[in-house]
Design a binder for this molecule. Structure first.
Ligand code: ANZ
Ligand code: ZN
Length: 828
């Protein structure tokens, strides 16, 4: 009998499916564990990144079943999105058909991986029974004033032919999906008011110790809270007040100019009144066409134009020239700044370019004094206030507080907090998404579709056309409707929702997927949420992982559930690398999971992935590594097969530690139980699945080197083999089940509790430690074997007899040889 992984894997997959082994009920009497992996976009086939994500998740879920939890481990598909439209063009298949075919194939692949999902709970976001509730959620947001329309300069991708949210533009200004440079367009769009939750989203990051520090920091920076002040400058000739936002009110005595964003509303008035109006107009048009990244980058070219007007510094009474500058953004703060070139690098670059004076108002607390005429860069650090009236000499942090108190009292300024995060732009000019459930009526304006009329069905029979315009725009039959308020003619919204909305709440739908009255019941949500373990890619740190946190908070405020955070523990898996680069189609270094599973079986594929690297690290793909893991499974198989008679006939009762006579038998028993303890710790506490596998490999070595002499030995070997199979089960569920059955068990291994290490087997024997003082043997102590160097040293130095001998003499050093000797070297 060879290790026939094909038929073994099929056999067990069939049994799990038929018996519904991993189906789970909402049963509040049981302690729950919600183990969730980010659901895939149904692109057609799983890639190695999926295989990794789902191998980790499945290992954890199976482990937690064994630990006695009621485990929710669901899977579904993030099924709306642009690739379906592109595929429709390429293959002439309607997006719906293409998507459904892909889902079918991917489910098949996931089943062949042996994943323990409750498939009854599978959700597909493109199905009306799902997006109906996505639309319902939109309506709740709308009712609460959290969904609104406004005209704004928005990110536009020419390739995807749609707008994008800020989160979906990368740090270099490219589209998250197709990497095209994003441009700005002034359009009327739908937004979700995520900024209402900015403070809570920030504060609650401190209560997520189960998240990687890196992700929390990325979100913190993305939310970008700034404490500062708003202060008003008066522009006499323009007869206007100019509001500015500054985080450094302590530099007010160093203001040498003011600058407005090119989009600032005052710019029109200035153009009218200025002598160089047309020149200003040309400058402003040029800036607006520039990308935000180019405009604001430190070191990027600062450009500006002087308006000819001045504004008065409310504190000093001095007149500051009023400029318009490309690096000032309209959608941050007030869109106007007080320029302090001595202490802000961008202002400094600007001032040097246009010969604007640089006035130092903070001096370094030590070292050379700064001179505005000669300094080479802005001094942005803390120091001592300088030439700042009564505040001169104060250290920066104190100056900030004292000057703000004073400024507020004198009504020069008002403290203000600003966030970098912007409201979430959620409308997309695309076909393959959930229709936004509103209609436009000439008479009543924007009218939400009544809940009872949901879902607003997305027609699935439209033809996607070259050139990018959504076919919904011309689908008159669909688009023309009646107004729910006045009954007059109305037109449907043709924009669809950002697919990140679909994925912001799927973790809730899994808890109650059959509900046709609500998106989910509060009981189901409160039993399962928050997700105990979430697993997915770091690329979602500032997209999906912010959006879904926002949704939970709104849901809690709407009374839909109690939890305000969706994911208690987050594991961001590393990338899969091959030949030094991330595996990707564009590089052409992909390995198809299907082929690996065909050639070696899914148990080998899973084992390799979990063994080759800790889950958070990048994983270097290596066919040799895969072969090595395959050989290991073959060895396990052969060992059991060759010793089947002995194993089958052996007693199933664990052998008691006390009854074991020889040292090597006691050592073997100890190996079994330290393996169990170690694997448990690796999985549960450290999430180091690779070392867990290494322990199992060692256990096989020890087991196979054990030569049985009597019946008791066979019982012990059986104990070793069974420990190996139970611990291997979450990693390689098929082969372990099969061998478990082979040695004569009739209960399924998947159903069996996780083993507990026998404490009596863990206690180490004692050894005699020689204690030397300056190399001379002075004592012999019986101490437990296996102490670490530090433990051993502490034990020896704690002995009264040793202490009295070295009293009053300085200890020079202590030499420790574990399990053998401690030599204390003393002076005199
Ligand atoms: C005077 C000043 C002096 C500033 C100084 C900084 C240093 P954060 O920390 O990111 O919130 N600023 C304000 N609004 C802006 C806008 N719309 N576009 C570009 N820059 C803007 O940054 C706040 C600082 O960025 C503000 O404080 C302002 O410059 C600038 F020594 O005011 B500061
Ligand atoms: Zn109407």
């Amino acid at each position: 009998m060879a290790y026939d992984f094909h038929s073994i894997e099929q056999k067990w997959q069939k049994i799990w499916e038929e018996e519904g082994t991993f189906n789970v009920e909402n049963d509040p009497s049981k302690k729950k564990f919600y183990c969730l992996e980010m659901f895939p976009y149904p692109s057609g086939a799983l890639h190695m990144g999926h295989l990794r994500n789902y191998s980790i998740g499945d290992m954890m879920a199976r482990f937690l079943w064994k630990k006695g939890y009621n485990v929710l481990h669901p899977m579904g598909f993030d099924a709306f999105g642009l690739p379906a439209e592109n595929a429709a063009l390429k293959y002439g298949l309607p997006p719906y058909t293409w998507t459904k075919n892909n889902i079918e194939h991917m489910i098949d692949q996931l089943k062949r991986m042996g994943c323990s999902y409750d498939w009854r709970r599978c959700v597909e976001t493109c199905e009306p029974d799902y997006y109906r509730w996505t639309q319902w959620i939109f309506l709740q947001f709308f009712k609460k004033g959290l969904a609104y329309r406004k005209k704004a300069p928005v990110n536009w991708c020419n390739k995807c032919n749609t707008v994008l949210a800020n989160e979906q533009v990368d740090s270099e200004g490219h589209c998250w999906r197709c990497n095209t440079k994003v441009v700005k367009k002034n359009l009327e769009q739908w937004f979700f008011r995520i900024t209402d939750y900015a403070q809570e989203l920030l504060d609650d990051l401190d209560h997520l110790p189960g998240w990687p520090e890196r992700v929390r920091l990325m979100q913190k920076n993305w939310i970008g809270r700034s404490e500062g002040a708003r202060l008003t400058f008066h522009a006499k000739e323009l007869d206007q007040q100019i509001e500015t936002f500054t985080t450094r009110f302590d530099t007010i005595f160093g203001v040498t100019f003011l600058a407005l964003a090119p989009e600032h509303p005052l710019v029109e008035t200035i153009i009218e009144k200025a002598s160089n109006g047309s020149e200003i107009r040309a400058f402003v048009d040029e800036c607006i066409s520039q990308s935000e990244i180019d405009r604001t980058a430190v070191g990027g070219e600062k450009k500006g134009i002087f308006t000819g007007f001045y504004a008065t510094n409310p504190v000093t009474g001095k007149e500051a020239p009023l400029w318009i500058a490309n690096y000032i953004l309209m959608d941050y703060g007030t869109g106007a700044i007080m320029g302090v070139p001595a202490h802000d690098q961008r202002d400094f670059e600007f001032a040097r370019k246009y010969n604007i004076p640089v006035t130092v108002v903070i001096q370094p607390s030590d070292g050379e004094k700064l001179d505005g005429e000669t300094m080479k860069e802005a001094f942005e650090e803390d120091g001592l206030s300088f030439n700042s009236g009564e505040f001169s000499g104060l250290p920066t942090q104190e100056a900030i507080v004292r000057m703000l108190d004073w400024g507020e009292e004198k009504k020069f300024c008002k403290r203000e907090v600003n966030f970098r995060i912007r409201d979430w732009l959620i409308s997309r000019q695309r076909y393959w998404g959930a229709p936004i459930p509103v209609v436009y009526c000439d008479h009543c304006g924007v009218v939400p579709v009544p809940e009872k009329d949901l879902p607003v069905l997305l027609p699935t029979d439209l033809t996607v056309k070259e050139g990018g315009q959504s076919p919904l725009v011309e689908a008159d039959e669909w688009r023309n409707t009646v107004c729910p308020i006045c009954g007059g003619p109305a037109r449907r919204e043709v924009d669809t929702m950002d697919t990140f909305i679909c994925s912001s709440w799927y973790q809730l739908r899994y808890t109650d997927p059959w509900n046709d009255k609500k998106p989910f019941s509060r009981e189901a949500a409160d039993y399962w949420l928050p997700v105990d373990q979430y697993i997915g890619g770091i690329e979602h740190a500032c997209m999906h992982l912010i959006y879904s946190r926002f949704f939970m908070k709104v849901f809690a405020d709407l009374g839909l559930c109690t939890a305000r955070e969706p994911f208690t523990n987050l594991l961001t898996q590393g990338m899969v690398i091959k030949d030094g680069a991330k595996m990707s189609k564009s590089i052409g270094n992909v390995v198809d999971p299907d082929e690996i599973i065909k050639k070696y079986g899914s148990d080998t594929a899973r084992l390799f992935i979990l063994f080759a690297a800790p889950p958070g690290n990048d994983l270097e793909w290596s066919e040799q590594g895969v072969e090595g893991n395959h050989r290991f499974l073959n060895r396990v198989w052969r060992y059991v097969e060759e010793n089947l008679e002995g194993l089958k006939n052996a007693s199933k009762e664990p052998v008691a530690m006390e009854s074991l006579t020889q040292q090597d038998r006691r050592d073997f028993k100890r190996k079994i139980h330290t393996t169990i303890a170690g694997v448990t710790r690796d999985i549960e506490e450290e999430r180091q699945f690779n070392t867990a596998v290494a322990r199992l490999m060692e256990l096989l070595n020890t087991t196979s080197s054990c030569k049985p002499e009597d019946a008791k030995d066979w019982a012990l070997i059986r104990e070793g083999v069974e420990a190996l199979l139970v611990c291997l089960n979450p990693f390689c569920p098929h082969i372990s089940e099969e061998l478990w059955q082979l040695v004569g068990n009739d209960v399924q291994l998947s159903m069996l509790p996780w083993p507990q290490a026998d404490p009596s087997a863990l206690v180490l024997d004692s050894v005699t430690i020689v204690v030397q003082i300056n190399g001379k043997v002075r004592h012999r102590l019986d101490l437990p074997a296996g102490l670490s160097k530090e433990e051993l040293q502490n034990k020896v130095m704690g002995e009264e007899a040793v202490r009295s001998r070295i009293e009053g003499k300085g200890v020079v050093k202590i030499i420790v040889v574990p399990d053998k000797l401690v030599n204390v070297v003393v002076k005199g």
